[in-house]
Structure formats: structure tokens, C-alpha cells
Ligand binder design. Structure first.
Ligand SMILES: C[S@@+](CC[C@H](N)C(=O)[O-])C[C@H]1O[C@@H](n2cnc3c(N)ncnc32)[C@H](O)[C@@H]1O
Length: 325
């Protein structure tokens, strides 16, 4: 690895102007050492302390400025992949339609996605700062207002956001809530193009990343590396449609959904939304991505008459608070 060249200096400059964490309004509720622990935990999970991640980010900056970066998945590969997807799903697409037009996803955008989600050289969560601070803020509210229930993420990848949840319980000295970690640990399920073409194309485009598969052993070891693996962490390995209906969860104070696809989101809502307590939070990481998540959320909310307003976290992610039971 080398940090030569102006791109690394530009990155360092960008880092200096990076988004500051909003000041916590609950600092009086936890001891200062707890806040320091959380700051450090978040920096570690988000990759701020990792040379490999800094190096990857410098490369992405270089690429953004039009330079060839041989270690990234190239723009040319992304063009070819979109072309192949058009061929693969040609019989489902309309006349003159391409994978690119159907998903409204340019090769450059695909390049951004694939290189951001590449497990090599990435942080322990692919979620950015906005989403990390949103989880922190929700959990603060949950403690401040005593909202009953556990914390859960469906779709964990390397597991970073669930490590954060367990770290938050530790910082608040909480021993009576669990963190639920639900994933196939073998990536996204393959969608049927007849049922959901958007998801099928999205899945196909994730082929260079093995459809986001991260093995269970990695995630379990990540909890261990942060010294946060204990009986307050519960794993639900398998497809959501199989694991969620029988999951021994009584109540949830926070449900964080990050399964990208229509069925993954629908299955999570179907089985977990009824368990969210009044005052609990629902975070949808993938509302704005070019896959079926948003359709599943909109359909579920319409069918159940959920009127709590959807609030933006950033251009892609949203949340709402359950006010009825
Ligand atoms: C975008 S990644 C999650 C990112 C993660 N939340 C983070 O903090 O980096 C999507 C994850 O959802 C999982 N997934 C999607 N649909 C699933 C399903 N139906 N059943 C089980 N796991 C699923 C994939 O295995 C993958 O790990």
C-alpha cells in the first residue's frame, strides 16, 4: 500500500472538514467515559482509524476525478456488467429498455456502489456517518423515554451496525435488552425476475461482490474483536422468510432494516413490525436504492394505514417512529 500522490493529501483535507458528530443530548445520562467509548467505537466501526479504509477512500477520490485506479472495480467493468444484465434480462425488459434505464442506474453510479460495498478495504459497516448517528440518536431516545424492547438489524453484512447496537447497550449499562443479528450469512437471495425484475437485475449486478455474502464466522469474530460477544447478542442465521416468523423476540424498540430487496423488506415488516413497541423506531436503510425495498415499505404502510411521516436520514435512508400500537 502506498499513500503517494496528491489524492491522499486531498483526502486528508476532506477528512479535516468531515461531518462532526452532533453533540449528544444525553451526555448527562451516561458517564463521560461512556461517551468517550462510544466516540472511539464509532470511529473504529466507520473505518476512520483504518489505514486500509483511508487508502480505499483516497482511491475513490482519485477515480471520481477521472483517474484510472487499477485496484478498484473499473468503470469499464461496470459498463460491461450493465450490458450483460440487459442481455440476461432482455426477455423481461420492454422494447428499447436496458438494465441501466430500468434501474435508472448509470455505470458511474454502479461503480460507486460496487467499490463502496466491496468487503476488501471497507469499514465494518457500509453505512455512512448519517446512519451511524441515527442509530445512536434512536437508542438515546429509547433509553431516555424508556421504550421497551430489543434492538435488531435485518441484513448485517460484516455486522458493524449490530456491534454498534451492542456497544450502545454497554455504554448505557443495560443488561436487559438483546441485540438481534439476522442475516443469511451467504448474501442476498436470488430473486425471480418474473416476480421482481428490479431486484433480479440488482442481484445480478452484485455478482462481483458475491451478492454481499459475509460468512457467519466473520461476523461472530467481529463481535469478539470489539469484545462485545456475549449472551445479549442473538444470531438468526438463514433467510428472513424462514428465521423471522419463529424468532423468539417479544418486543423491539429499534428495527433497522437493511436487506435491500423487496421480499427481504416485506418479510421483515410482515413479521417484525407488529413487535415494535409504541415509540419504537423503524429505520429503512435502502429506501432510495435501485432495488425493491421502497415498494415493499410503501405497500406495507398503505395496507396497514401507517400514517406516521417518513423522515429522511439522507438521500437513501429514512425512518419513522411507531406512534400507534
Ligand atoms: C446491504 S447489506 C447490509 C449492510 C449492513 N447493514 C451494514 O451495516 O454494513 C445486505 C445484507 O442483507 C442480507 N440479506 C438480504 N436479504 C436477506 C434475506 N432475505 N434473508 C437473509 N439475509 C438477507 C445479505 O446477506 C447482506 O448481508
Amino acid at each position: 500500500m502506498s499513500f503517494e500522490g496528491s489524492s491522499f493529501r486531498r483526502l486528508l483535507q476532506k477528512l479535516k472538514s468531515r461531518k462532526r458528530r452532533p453533540k449528544s443530548c444525553s451526555e448527562s445520562m451516561i458517564k463521560p467515559i461512556g461517551q468517550t467509548y462510544l466516540d472511539l467505537l464509532i470511529r473504529a466501526l466507520s473505518g476512520e482509524l483504518s489505514d486500509n479504509v483511508l487508502y480505499r477512500n483516497a482511491q475513490l477520490l482519485q477515480a471520481e476525478e477521472g483517474e484510472e485506479v487499477p485496484t478498484l472495480i473499473s468503470l469499464q467493468t461496470c459498463r460491461e456488467l450493465l450490458g450483460k444484465a440487459t442481455q440476461e434480462f432482455g426477455s423481461y425488459l420492454g422494447k428499447g429498455e436496458t438494465a441501466e434505464s430500468y434501474l435508472n442506474l448509470s455505470p458511474k453510479e454502479l461503480f460507486g456502489y460496487l467499490n463502496w460495498m466491496n468487503p476488501i478495504g471497507s469499514p465494518h459497516t457500509m453505512c455512512g456517518a448519517d446512519n451511524i448517528y441515527q442509530v445512536e440518536a434512536c437508542v438515546e431516545d429509547i433509553f431516555r423515554e424508556n421504550i421497551p424492547g430489543d434492538l435488531m438489524e435485518t441484513g448485517v453484512w460484516k455486522g458493524g451496525m449490530t456491534v454498534l447496537m451492542r456497544g450502545l447497550l454497554k455504554a448505557y449499562n443495560c443488561h436487559d435488552r438483546l441485540v438481534w443479528v439476522a442475516d443469511s450469512f451467504s448474501g442476498l437471495p436470488q430473486p425471480d425476475p418474473k416476480k421482481n425484475l428490479k431486484d433480479a437485475i440488482f442481484w445480478y449486478l452484485m455478482t462481483p461482490l458475491e451478492h454481499l455474502a459475509i460468512p457467519f464466522e466473520y461476523v461472530e469474530a467481529l463481535f469478539q474483536r470489539y469484545d462485545l460477544l456475549d449472551d445479549q447478542v442473538r444470531f438468526l442465521p438463514g433467510w428472513f422468510k424462514d428465521t423471522l416468523p419463529a424468532a423468539p423476540i417479544e418486543k423491539l424498540a429499534l428495527l433497522r432494516m437493511d436487506g435491500d430487496l423487496y421480499e427481504s423488506t416485506r418479510d421483515t415488516l410482515e413479521h417484525m413490525y407488529p413487535k415494535v413497541s409504541k415509540g419504537g423506531y423503524i429505520i429503512v436503510d435502502d429506501y432510495g436504492i435501485p432495488a425493491g425495498c421502497r415498494d415493499a415499505v410503501d405497500e406495507y404502510r398503505r395496507a396497514r394505514g401507517i400514517a406516521e411521516p417518513i423522515q429522511k436520514i439522507n438521500d437513501v435512508s429514512v425512518f419513522w417512529r411507531k406512534m400507534g400500537v
